[in-house]
Design a protein around this ligand. Sequence first.
Ligand code: NAD
Length: 467
Amino acid sequence: MTTNALLDAITAPSGSGRPVADAATDEVFGHAPEHTTADLDAALAAARRAQPAWAALGHEERARILNAAADEVEAHAEELADIIAREQGKPLNGAGARFEAGGCAVWIRTAADTPLEDEVLFEAEGTRSVLRYEPLGVVAAINPWNWPALIAIWQIAPSLRMGNTVVAKPSEYTPLSVLAVIELMNRHLPEGVLTGVAGGRDVGAAISAHPEVDKVMFTGSTATGRRIVESSADNLARLTLELGGNDPGIVLPGADPAAIAEGLFWGAFINTGQTCAALKRLYVHDSIYDDVVTALAGIAESMPLGAGTSEESALGPLTTDQQFGIVSRLVDDARQRGARIVTGGEPATELGPRFYRATIVADIDDDAPLVAEEQFGPVLPVLRYSDVDDAIARANSSEQGLGASLWGNPDEAFALAGRIESGTVWINQHGTLNPVVPFGGTKASGYGLEFGSHGLKAVGAPKVITV
Ligand code: NAD
């Protein structure tokens, strides 16, 4: 027994399952059940059996149940946040673990309550054609480790609202955060409607290729996304792919460095940089380059770094050894190429095994791997430009196209937004999400939209009825 009743409800008995450690300290705080592909088969069979009755309840009754589930998540938000802060490592405060737990309730409610009426496509000469979205069947929700509970909810809540049943597969690094939010929802959902299957990458591969799956909602790396597209050739599952990002930001001439520095910093360092749509490379006009770099470094140096569970922390550890290795390698490489490490540039090993200091890198070239690859950590490379057309071309040179941002005069920025190759362009902000505003990528960042009515349609089967 621990002091967290939600953790006690989901953790496998000690001695069974896989030990899960606090990302900051490596101290084991729970055990995740290790489900197998046989468990997966059983979960999908149960989801298939439960689906017709769940669909038959209708939108209103499903929305009522989902709202009750959202209330449950809200009532246990503190326990959920504690699990997220330990397992994934994000700090409790700011846009951290409490924000993630609260966001789960908000996104469930919005998916439940967003209207989706029949669409009249044609009405004349005695003929009427109507478009309606019906359930697809069974949805597989495969999620990553960086925002484990919230991203799982982004996949689960709209799928359930539309009358599908769901089998969710958490990342092997963050099973408890996802099983915890599923446990809370299942206090209100009928049997078989939502099941979490915690297993390794073999379970992930089996779920996306499974004949019982009608739709895969996947959030994760571009490499795994490609595997899932291949698998879908067999089961013809529909796909929503939210893949990696290497989001550029462009600071236009005339922007006020002091006014935008904090927004730039959190656009890049939210969740210690481990966010798909975080700012990952920043192009700054020559006229204000030095001021922006200095302001960013000042903020980076003032941010308390510490364990997720500490009330004081603003930035936390990297979640995995692998990610810590990627960040260290990219910064070391940048240094060797002659880039300027303005602040940070080294691990903070005195705090724990996977802490890395908030790092600002200046005077770096576009072809450095720190710029060309997704760092997914607390490091921002800042690049210099003198011509806006050139900055846009360099921003668009990535194969990724998730988000992007423009900073400066809003009208000037708005006029340029259409030229940026990304699913979202933010102006004077980066990475802000809204449960009714659709979000999704272009190019190698994937396809399909989440959130709002567009997100509901993505987990529905369009049917046209002509009278
Ligand atoms: P990952 O691709 O390694 O793993 C994601 C999930 O896929 C895990 O649950 C994993 O077990 C599972 N999986 C592994 N092999 C599989 C297979 N063959 N078939 C099906 N599933 C399989 O990604 P990650 O390291 O957990 O997450 C980090 C990446 O996710 C980053 O690139 C980040 O940009 C991206 N991401 C994107 C978004 C977005 O909305 N676009 C959001 C968060 C993270």
